[in-house]
Design a protein around this ligand. Sequence first.
Ligand SMILES: N[C@H](CCC[C@H](N)C(=O)O)C(=O)O
Length: 276
Amino acid sequence: MRLRFTKMHGLGNDFIVIDAISQRPNLSPETIRSLSDRRFGIGCDQVLVVDYPTNPEVDFRYRIFNADGSEVENCGNGARCFAKFVRERKLTGKSSISVETSTGIMVLKVNDSGEIRVDMGEPEFTPANIPFIADATASSYAIEVDNQCYNIGAASMGNPHAVLVVEDVETAPVLTLGPKIENHPAFPNRVNVGFMSVVSRTEVNLRVFERGVGETLACGTGACAAVACGIQQGILDSTVTVHLPGGDLTIHWEGPNHALFMTGPATSVFHGQVRI
Ligand SMILES: N[C@H](CCC[C@H](N)C(=O)O)C(=O)O
């Protein structure tokens, strides 16, 4: 079939966005990998599939697939691009949009500036719910990689994240240590790995080695998890600017029993059609 898509990005974390409401594609993991391939396909970090909701109280459902074909629970940059997409494609005229993912419901608010504020829900720190194998919940854990010990924070934003505090993100071992932690046995579903340097209590630098993709120019849930872990560790305040290689996100979290909010841009690059 001929499939219409829109190429989008959130701070350089790029997506193929597919309207599965007016089209009913059958997207196998092989098709996802083929579309995501930067040489033989369109190329992207993730494929986002916009569909009807299963809950009639919710506006849409959207599914998220990493470039390796794995379906995942959440995508922060993708949520902002989803909101822009459904309005651009006239699938809704709302500026406050509810959407269900495989792990819950998010509410997205399109601001007058065009930026999108996402209610990401409450960060999850209970190891079993991340999932992460640990004896008890803590603000940091010691894990061993190649006989060396590393301190990490661990949290879920619907998807699992490990966060390391480093001196300088430019010299952090993102491409060597990232994949080893991504596949560490303490994370049964693998994990996204953030490398965060603290500029001040309201400003951090962050690079993320994403599960199923590798390093991306930005990771929205990674920025949320990094700030949440930093707040849990007492090193960050409740509103933080996160500088990622692709640009900045603003994260706000008042602490336990509160939702965390992420605000940032979304960009459409081009529309196209592809035969699958
Ligand atoms: N690689 C992630 C999914 C995409 C997350 C990221 N692109 C974001 O903006 O949150 C995972 O396997 O959980």
